[in-house]
Design a protein around this ligand. Structure first.
Ligand code: ZN
Length: 340
């Protein structure tokens, strides 16, 4: 790819519109900057819209995307898909009643859609890439709208839940897309987001080789605070944001680095620890408390615990300030602009 031929443009912060930023990294001849007002990390200058389609080629889809799901050009394993999306499937089940409609924005090959459909949701997807949309329609056999969400003009108040899984970081204008999602959601509809955490330990260990830091495809990389901020700015009420203590040392641009080997063996050790497994189960349980029907659950959960478990929870909360996994999960509810 001829990188120098890329068309780019300077932008203001996606959330607060500030033009003040400091550069934190240059990679693939592009910059990642941090907004000096709200702290958002974003690509600036950003690739122009016409450049977007160049990334999502057939070879990317067949050589990188499908293998990540252990899928082949004409075959996919629903069991592998279910375990890949385990936490998200558990979460959407919380909000399900028969007849409810789900939209997956940036649905790729439609795997999450298929898994959601199997649990009863009336599911549709939106996907920019034509090769992924075709696969979703012909192989996975799910309903997909090909194009950009904002251009599709889907009906207002149509969906009960909209999912953005590993998508928001790829959006050229994430606030605009969130506002469009707000419009097409039903009253008190649910927004579900899964995205990389800028404050992950992976970034501290792998440094600039961490593949999430990729300004030519990840245009905004969120932290707990900036994700919460953009969600609220799009007129949602945050029901909960959690970081999951899981790492993927393979997600690096430089496997020759010592830090990669150190991280890989550290992660192997961590994964074999019973305590780590317990912590992950604990975090899953905690995530499941993000619930529409009983928002007081989290409070009850705290007060119901005995002192020893309460202390454990406090230690966990404190340690999460620095021991952070790769993924942020957020659940929010449409508020129609009214403060709650
Ligand atoms: Zn900002």
């Amino acid at each position: 790819m001829n990188r120098t031929a890329k068309k780019t443009e300077l932008i203001n912060c996606h959330i607060c519109q500030s033009y003040k930023y400091k550069k934190i990294l240059t990679k693939f001849e592009m910059n990642l900057v941090k907004c000096m007002e709200c702290g958002l990390v974003y690509a600036n200058p950003i690739l122009q819209e016409s450049e977007l389609f160049k990334r999502y080629t057939d070879s990317f889809f067949f050589d990188e995307y499908l293998p990540a799901f252990k899928a082949l050009p004409t075959y996919y394993d629903l069991g592998a898909i279910r375990s890949h999306f385990f936490i998200f499937l558990q979460l959407i089940a919380k909000f399900f009643t028969p007849g409810k409609r789900l939209l997956d924005v940036g649905c790729g090959a439609g795997f999450f859609l298929k898994a959601a459909e199997e649990t009863g949701w009336e599911a549709e997807g939106v996907e920019l890439s034509s090769v992924a949309s075709k696969y979703a329609k012909n192989i996975v056999k799910v309903k997909v709208h090909e194009g950009k969400l904002e251009d599709l003009h889907l009906p207002a108040d149509k969906f009960d839940l909209v999912a953005l899984i590993d998508t928001i970081e790829h959006l050229r204008n994430p606030l605009l897309t969130l506002k469009e999602i707000n419009r097409i959601l039903t009253k008190e509809g649910i927004l579900l987001i899964g995205t990389p955490d800028f404050d992950s330990l992976s970034r501290l260990l792998l440094r600039e080789s961490w593949a999430v830091l990729s300004p030519e495809e990840h245009f905004a990389i969120f932290s707990h605070n900036t994700l919460s901020y953009i969600i609220q700015k799009a007129n949602f009420r945050v029901l909960g944001i959690r970081n999951l203590l899981q790492f993927n040392p393979e997600y690096t641009h430089d496997k020759k680095r010592l830090s990669y080997y150190v991280f890989k063996s550290l992660n192997k050790k961590l994964e074999s620890l019973k305590k780590m497994e317990k912590t992950q189960l604990y975090e899953y349980a905690d995530i499941m408390l993000i619930e529409e029907k009983n928002p007081k659950n989290i409070q009850n959960f705290n007060s119901d615990l005995n002192p020893a478990r309460r202390t454990k929870r406090t230690i966990h909360k404190w340690s999460k300030k620095w021991l952070r996994g790769d993924t942020l999960v957020a659940v929010a509810k449409k508020t129609n602009g009214k403060k709650t």
